[in-house]
Design a protein around this ligand. Structure first.
Ligand SMILES: Cc1cc2nc3c(=O)[nH]c(=O)nc-3n(C[C@H](O)[C@H](O)[C@H](O)COP(=O)(O)OP(=O)(O)OC[C@H]3O[C@@H](n4cnc5c(N)ncnc54)[C@H](O)[C@@H]3O)c2cc1C
Length: 385
């Protein structure tokens, strides 16, 4: 019996488990293979919805489902927190016991390190968790006048276009409420550009000009002064705010810190093609948990899940694992109410921004619905390259 352990039931973990369940169905039924998924959360979350809740584009209850409802058959779900991984002895310690594995996939995502920016917890709002997204919606509904700062505390963070999307959605929301003359929107970014790619940054800055959205680039947030209501950057620049919508600082999971194989920010080093944890052919890491220079996105996590599940299935079938990840990822980026673009890239192609259209916007809204029965359920097994 071969045991495959997946830690984390988010975008990458669910996708890996479900792809493996389809690929290895006969072996699972013959008790030759066991798939175990470990996650303390009862629910699987569709995080892209968190950005849309404050603007009324998605309802909160549409963004999560019971883990057991999303998992394909033949997967054992342990609703437990993993607290240590021993890569040498192929063992995972959870808060309830030990789990031995033959193959390991780590998909523990990112955690938010609010303490890295003093004043963040008391002073900032954001849409990076369901609860914070709901709070932001309430605050925006009551906001009629003043300055909103929307931006990013530090790199890296999940969903590279999300803060730009928020700026455009804020603009259109206040436009439809006829409050644009009373509300100022300022976008901040910790790089000298508005987006990590120069071409897309130039497009975004042109769109800001058309909408009179101000920008303050190379602004690395050092602290939020909640008394004077100012964001202070590492070089002393200050921006006054009435509402600060800031992406929190991201780090890898505490599990990685406890297990002693992450980098200084607890991200995991993997081979960019095989996705093996460096030095461990039986262990993989995917999604936001890795230190790959890729967008921390569901599309990357899902693309990697397909490769890793292929490789494990190939090895169990007696082959040398041959599937390799090419860095493909993409995002439907909302550019306002009723408009969206699509960005795609891979290891050899710089991010490509497709012209905005109503069709991409509708695709985004449709994808929000079909995610549950398509991506999460891994029905596209066999369709990928
Ligand atoms: C506001 C927002 C908008 C986004 N928009 C998009 C978008 O439009 N397109 C896109 O592609 N991506 C988008 N993303 C990014 C996408 O949601 C993430 O990149 C994706 O979920 C990463 O998948 P993952 O499996 O690596 O991590 P996650 O989905 O975050 O899952 C990690 C899982 O690991 C579990 N875990 C953590 N620690 C432990 C432990 N010790 N033991 C066991 N389990 C543990 C957690 O409970 C969680 O279930 C967005 C994200 C946000 C927040």
């Amino acid at each position: 019996m071969k045991t495959i352990v997946i830690i984390g039931g988010g975008a990458g973990g669910i996708s890996t488990a479900n792809h493996l369940s389809y690929k290895l169905r006969e072996k699972i039924e013959a008790n030759d293979v066991k798939i175990v998924l470990i996650d303390p959360s009862r629910f699987h979350y569709y995080q892209p919805g968190f950005l849309e809740i404050p603007f009324g584009l998605m309802g909160q209850e549409e963004t999560y489902r019971e883990m057991n409802e999303v998992l394909a058959k033949g997967i054992t779900f342990l609703q437990e927190k993993a607290i240590k991984i021993d890569l040498e002895n192929r063992n995972v310690t959870t808060e309830k016991g030990q789990v031995k594995y033959d193959y390991l996939v780590i998909a523990t995502g990112a955690r938010y390190d609010y303490s890295a920016v003093p004043g963040f917890t008391e002073g900032a709002d954001h849409f990076y968790t369901l609860e914070d997204s709901k709070t932001l919606k309430t605050k925006l509904n009551k906001f009629n006048e003043g300055t909103i700062v929307v931006g990013v505390s530090s790199m890296p963070y999940k969903c590279t276009p999300a803060p730009l999307e928020a700026a455009f959605l804020l603009h259109d929301m206040f436009k439809s409420r006829r409050l644009l003359d009373k509300v100022k929107i300022i976008y901040t970014y910790p790089m000298p550009m508005a987006f990590p790619d120069k071409g897309i940054s130039d497009i975004a800055l042109r769109m800001f000009d058309q909408r009179k959205i101000e920008s303050n680039l190379d602004f690395k947030v050092k602290l939020l002064d909640t008394k004077s209501k100012e964001l202070v950057s590492s070089n002393g620049t200050k921006i006054q705010y009435d509402l600060a919508i800031m992406t929190p600082p991201h780090r890898g999971s505490e599990l990685i810190a406890n297990s002693g194989f992450g980098d200084q920010f607890d991200w995991i080093s993997v081979d960019k093609f095989s996705l093996n944890i460096i030095g461990h052919e039986d262990a993989y890491a995917i999604g936001d948990a890795t230190n790959l220079q890729l967008s921390k996105s569901g599309s990357v996590a899902d693309g990697e899940a397909i490769i890793v599940s292929d490789r494990i299935a190939q090895e169990i079938d007696g082959l040398s694992p041959y599937s390799l990840y090419d860095g493909s990822g993409g995002a439907l980026m909302i550019t306002g109410i009723g408009m969206a673009s699509m960005i795609s890239s891979n290891y050899t192609m710089a991010p490509m921004f497709m012209p905005e259209s109503y069709a991409f916007y509708w695709l985004k809204l449709i994808y929000n619905k079909v995610y549950w029965n398509m991506t999460a359920k891994a029905v596209l097994t066999g369709v990928s390259k």
